[in-house]
Write a protein that binds this ligand. Structure first.
Ligand SMILES: C[S@@+](CC[C@H](N)C(=O)[O-])C[C@H]1O[C@@H](n2cnc3c(N)ncnc32)[C@H](O)[C@@H]1O
Length: 211
């Protein structure tokens, strides 16, 4: 399953922090990702659309889906009418699955944690689901996501609960607040990622507004 369970080949890679191996595993998983996660009732990329609709009114707002994977989040937003979506992901094969959905205007392989190839302030919103989890994108991703989001724009993402506590996410997120880079608008209780199985996999939804 997505997001760090012990029952997939990904689980061992989460521990190593080996990005090349993670990318290769997602490349391999791309064909069955949608079916596997649907079987478990994975719901983060669908729930995120509700938060976008709550905070971003313009359907033309440029929105970045960071770690878009196969495009489940972008497709949800497209169904709601959002039509200026960009997808980035570490795995080209995951992005290749998103292309035929027609939800994204732009799709590009990019790595969170590296400098992103976008101008400052070019997005009005960012979404990211299932990406801030064991052994995936680092806390430094937020600096670039803030840079590319215009002041007043929203960054809406999940962080797995144990990763938030134990892997420096809480500290980093609070540092960015203290530094006046963003302000916390909303934080949920830990939400189950899957409705069918894996009750231990939970993540917070965070909504920050860029200052
Ligand atoms: C569990 S999937 C989530 C995909 C999609 N957001 C969803 O909710 O279905 C995690 C995704 O994060 C991507 N990923 C992991 N580390 C990344 C990084 N450093 N930069 C960009 N994407 C990354 C993986 O390739 C994978 O597509």
């Amino acid at each position: 399953m997505a997001d760090g369970t012990s029952e997939t080949p990904l689980a061992s890679i989460y521990e190593t922090g080996d990005e090349a191996a993670l990318e290769a595993e997602y490349d391999k998983w791309s064909d069955s990702y949608d079916a596997d996660t649907a079987a478990g009732g994975y719901r983060f990329p669908f729930l995120v659309a509700g938060f976008v609709a709550r905070y971003i009114q313009s359907l033309d707002a440029p929105i970045l889906d960071a770690g878009a994977g196969t495009g489940l989040g972008g497709e949800s937003l497209a169904i709601l009418g959002y039509r200026n979506l960009t997808a980035i992901d570490l795995s080209q094969k995951m992005l290749d699955r998103a292309v035929p959905l027609g939800a994204y205007k732009h799709l590009e392989r990019m790595k969170l944690g590296d400098a992103l190839g976008f101008e400052d302030n070019c997005f009005e919103g960012v979404i990211s689901t299932g990406v801030f989890t064991e052994g995936h994108a680092p806390t430094s991703s937020f600096d670039e996501l803030i840079r590319v989001t215009r002041p007043g724009g929203y960054i809406i993402f999940t962080v797995r609960d144990n990763v938030y506590r134990d892997k420096g996410f809480q500290q980093k997120q609070e540092e960015l607040t203290a530094a006046g880079r963003w302000k916390l608008v909303e934080k949920t209780e830990p939400v189950r990622a899957y409705t069918v199985g894996e009750p231990h996999i939970r993540g917070f939804f965070f909504i920050y507004q860029v200052v």
